[in-house]
Design a protein around this ligand. Sequence first.
Ligand code: BGC
Length: 741
Amino acid sequence: MSEPTSARAADLTLEEKAALTSGADFWTTKGIERVGIPSLMLTDGPHGLRKQGGATDHLGLAGSIPATCFPPAVGLSASFDPELAERIGVALGNESAIEDVAVILGPGINIKRSPLCGRNFEYMSEDPIVSGVMGAALVRGIQSQGVGSSLKHYAANNQETDRLRVSSDVDPRTLREIYLRGFQRVVEDAQPWTVMCSYNRINGVYASEDPWLLTQVLRDEWGFEGIVVSDWGAVSDRVAGVAAGMDLEMPGSGGRTDAEIVTAVRDGRLAESALDTVADRLIDLARKAQARPAASGPLDVAAHHALAREAAGRSIVLLKNEGGILPLRRTANLAVIGEFARTPRYQGAGSSQINPTRVDSALDEIRHKCTGGVTFAAGFTIGEEAPAAEEAAALREEAVAAAASAHTVVLFLGVPAHEESEGFDRTHIDLPAAQLELLDAIREVNGDIVVVLSNGGVVALPFADRVPAILEAWLLGQAGGGGTADVLFGAVNPSGRLAETIPLRLEDTPAYGSFPGEHGHVHYGEGLLVGYRWYDARRMEVAYPFGHGLSYTSFTYGAAAAATTAEGDVVVTVPVTNTGPRAGREVVQVYVSVPGSSVQRAPRELKTFSSVEIEPGRTAQVSLRIRRADLAYWDVRVDRWIVEGGDYVVEVGASSRDIRTSITVTLEGEKVTLPATLNSSIEEMLDDPVVGAELRASIEEKFGADSQLLKLLGNFPVGRLDGFPLPRDEMVALVERAQRG
Ligand code: BGC
């Protein structure tokens, strides 16, 4: 690239500054040649490069150049391994650099509020720590190659229904602790070059013109130094956007909105200094892109495919494995059934759709490995058109016959592509009836069934107790076929964990009834209780809990120990022993609960995790750090994070419902002192550091040390009843003294 520009906003005309704030076309920004500002290309993202050559669109309709399709976030997040995610980020950055792409549009880390969200395949988790840790790792990897990432979609964009207008109505504590926490983590840890603001409104205000979201929280509180780019078409009022800190409108508006900005500055409706700030940030972005070291092309297709295969194997979650039916012996005689084995569903549809360099099918890869004979039968179709009844019956009969004569059945079930995509939400979480009927028909002739699932959003598993083994194989990218065969035959010991709960029924899910809202509003009525937080709080049965995933080996946990660091973090150590016959990875998970909390808390919340490789018979001393900041709750009274003092129960386990050891740590906390007023309650005044003791003494003197009285009347504001608990003038004087401190 050319020498980095030394231009500043001050060197540009008003028109030039305005021109910088919107795209030249669909994927590129405007350069200003006379001062050496280049035009930059931004393109999707997130699990591969989607650089369109000819026709352009943001829904993946027109083709793009071949690139490696890594596992989408739904798969990668299940690895619970930021080191792996970072390596994928490096590969994404490298592919972008080779193609001269300045910014790749990802990762997407929106919380999976409901399994119905059509884009869940592109998002990481129902938990903000998983989303934040995995997202930060991807960003670090991408940006290590001198390419920017775009953290998206900021924020509270948790559905596709009416996504360009809907208002996500979320209370402030939930917003901070659940929906913003992951974004905060990525910004603070990895400083993405860009953040993409979402289409929707948050509590009535468009994300693309919200100064609270884009400036106060993102920059002033979290220290974001990059630019905010609009999601494609997210701009409703461009001038308000500039004032709010929304730097770059994409795609371009053909100059219309640039002219609006110029007019607004001339009319005095927009401060030129606000435009200068935005222009300077955009010049900084250009400078960063210009500083990228030359990429060493051409793309190493084979190496990246191998990485995609490794990631695919690591993304698979072994949900169930009764009687050790897995791993399969290479000499087993297999019936491989289900169209997905031959025609893999390996990514979702929409703007993230990659044109892969190659695609492996599980059927081919199984055939490579298996020496005992493989019979394939499609069993069902996966197109949008249902087949004629006779065709469906013939497919089923052929599959049942294959199953009857095989030793073991590997049955590929899944969600057909047309049911899941960006742009619309699902209406149910069921597998197609034809597939469930096929499973039952096969069970009549052969019970040794290994189900392999292909799906972007979770599905109900009504057959879970009727088959001995289930592999949740998500959407695994272009090498998913190889990764699946690796796990089936034990070349890879499964270590994926559920980054989202698999519920028993849609009706059990937290947002059921309020998703996707109506008439322009969606009310996040479940509040903090998203995902496992909900099922645990309600003590509900689930099909498979958050964090669950089996291995071909077994692990035991010793007793956890915990120590507090000088910064107030909690370091947990736990010995984990591989007690089984083969090497494997354990994902050690640390949950925290605060039984005596003064605010609502979920029964347990994930605070940190680690994926550790352990040889058979060996013990690893696993050390995990809980950041003090992650123990904080958002206090709406004072609008800041508060770590309460008191006992924290630290639970260490193999899933959210498989806790193996726990320890209690007592932490010093911050006390929230609210300004005393006549509207403070008696209880609050009794807690006041200046006058509390005096008030208690007066009450006890007057009414006796009767705790029942305080229980009954403690929530009365001190100014409400004249004479109680003190005469009015004394009470006023006391409040004034408390205020003076
Ligand atoms: C999507 C973004 C994507 C953009 C560009 C939008 O429709 O929401 O995720 O990056 O298009 O394709």
